[in-house]
Each structure stands twice: as structure tokens, then as C-alpha cells.
Write a protein of this length. Sequence first.
Length: 160
Amino acid sequence: MSEDSDLLEFGVRLREVRNSMNLSASKMAAFWGLERKTWERYELGAGMPKANVLIDLARLGINEVWLLTGKGDMDAVDVDRADTINARAAAVKPAAARVAVFNVAYLLAQESPYINLDPDDFALTFQDLFDQLLEQEGEQAERVVSFAVRRLLRGGDRSS
């Protein structure tokens, strides 16, 4: 089998994983701070995600051997399916928060007459700021929020 066909088949399995999670390519990409087009390239076999994506998918209960080779079942755990689903749900919570932040920011960008950025760009910027905020505590977090609000209302100008 050629490397190209291996990548194509890998992409098909990535799409199958995404579909099993009932997520759009945009939401799947948002889990790892990727652009939708990047995730779609992976699904088309035009690229390979970084190791952290594969590790996270394994943590979500995806059988890494199946993902990489197509051998075996998609689910890493062969025990009760409900246990697998519960394990995935527990592991997805941080990623789900990132998706929720992305969706809220996207809708805000669509509805606000003051935001002059593409909704995807605005949402990705907002998501990055959210990630930075999670790493901060106390007064530093307040400064990050203040900076984020000023930056986003200026339309993403990165000069400050």
C-alpha cells in the first residue's frame, strides 16, 4: 500500500471518528485550536495531525491501532458501550468548553455591528484569549480580560 492511500484511509477514519462524535469539522478543529480547513485536509488525506491530536483521540476512547492502521474496532474499550461513551464525555469536557467559547464568540461576531472581523477569525482569537485566561489567576486574569475586550472590539488589531 502506498503512503498516499494510507493517508487517504487514515482521513476516512478521522471523518468516521468525527461523525461518531456528531461534530462538525469546525468544532473538531476547535478542540485543538486548528482552522477548519486544516482538519478537513486531514480528513481528505492531505496531511497528518500532530501527535497531541492522536493522543487526545486515544484519551477519548478511540483505538489508536484502529485509527492508524484500520485494524480492530474504533472504540479502544471493548467493555460496555455506555462506559466508553461516559469515558469520552468525561474526557471531552475541557475541549467542549473550548467549542462552546468558539460558538459564543462566532455568534457574537455575526450579530455585533462593532466587530469587523470574519466570525471564524474572531472566534479563534477569542478562543486563544480564553485559553490564556484559564492559565492566569487573580489580578492577572482581570488584565487578560480587559486586554481581550479592548483587542476584540478593535477588530483584532494586534499592535498593542
